[in-house]
Design a protein around this ligand. Structure first.
Ligand code: PSU
Ligand code: MN
Length: 303
């Protein structure tokens, strides 16, 4: 029987940073195991960590390794996660199972928020959060429920492109999650900079984001914030092209009966094929950009 271990295993660099009040940025691991193919996933994970460091914060990639909640991965752990087969995509519902059975788990936005909050990390950078699926309005990511209850500021490029953005915004509103446009008044559409949908507030600096977060914490409001940052101009996919690829990939997934946790990896791979890899370039560019913005916000919040 695997011995039950629900304690946090903090990389010493992360433990020291948290202890001395230095800025730390949490990073998720599902994008490594299910978001990008090898070796892009490993290169990107390394580049995200390097970007956080260059921007003056300590990166803490979160995963479950052999049933242990691990906060901050060393080089060997990162590489083994990026090359491993059959790592379980782990959201809130899966955490207990993965720990109890001593499995390897890649944390989604929801599970990464849970572990970050347990570790005392307040800022988390990713690509896109989960949301309401197009044509499947009852397939709602657990990420939205987590944002409602767990106080972590999540920096992203909006919701994953393959989602229903208007319905996702409605859910976020119902759940009391502020959607902050970073340098924009429109919700970014992941591969493209704009969706035509308004955000509820705009912030142009890390200070302005930090002020909103502080006000919410002082009020004792539960839950987190979504800071949405547009993909850098030079890596953007034209919206019409992105939309066409998404529509085609989504139809294919429906036709093949792909459901549940398998939907995102399937559709992202199809979109990459349809755009000759340019969706992957946009994905990497927005991840690095979000890491930079998150580090700046973490610095401001720890000042
Ligand atoms: N965005 C991507 N690729 C991904 C994800 C998001 O471009 O792999 C992952 C994130 O970890 C997110 C999760 O939390 O998908 C949401 O999955 P679901 O809809 O099954 O909750
Ligand atoms: Mn889903």
């Amino acid at each position: 029987m695997h011995s039950l271990d629900t304690t946090l295993h903090l990389k010493s660099e992360v433990a020291q940073a948290l202890h001395s009040g230095q800025p730390v940025v949490a990073l998720e691991s599902t994008l490594i195991t299910h978001g990008l193919p090898y070796p892009d996933n490993l290169e990107t994970a390394r580049a995200i960590e390097a970007t956080v460091r260059q921007a003056g914060a300590v990166p803490a990639t979160i995963a479950i390794l052999g049933g242990k909640l691990t906060v901050g991965l060393d080089a060997a752990q990162l590489e083994s996660l990026a090359t491993a087969q059959g790592v379980r995509k782990t959201s809130r519902r899966d955490l207990g199972t993965v720990i109890a059975q001593g499995l390897d788990g890649a944390t989604t936005v929801a599970a990464t928020m849970i572990v970050a909050a347990l570790a005392g990390i307040r800022v988390f950078a990713t690509g896109g959060i989960g949301g309401v699926h197009r044509g499947h309005p009852f397939d709602i990511s657990a990420d939205l429920a987590e944002l409602e209850r767990t106080p972590v500021t999540v920096i992203c490029a909006g919701a994953k492109s393959l989602l229903d953005l208007p319905l996702t915004l409605e859910q976020l509103e119902t759940r009391g999650v502020p959607v902050i446009g970073y340098g924009t008044s429109e919700l970014p559409a992941f591969f493209s900079r704009a969706s035509g949908l308004p955000v509820d507030s705009r912030a142009d600096t890390p200070e302005q984001v930090a002020a909103i977060v502080r006000a919410r914490r002082q009020l004792g409001l539960a839950g987190g914030e979504l800071v949405t940052v547009p993909v850098p101009v030079e890596a953007e996919l034209p919206r019409a092209e992105a939309e066409a690829a998404i529509a085609q990939a989504t139809q294919r997934a429906d036709a093949q009966g792909i459901a549940g946790a398998a939907v995102t990896p399937f559709i992202l791979a199809r979109i990459a094929e349809l755009t000759n890899g340019r969706s992957k370039q946009a994905n990497v560019a927005l991840l690095l950009n979000n890491a930079r913005v998150a580090a700046a916000i973490a610095r401001e919040l720890s000042a």
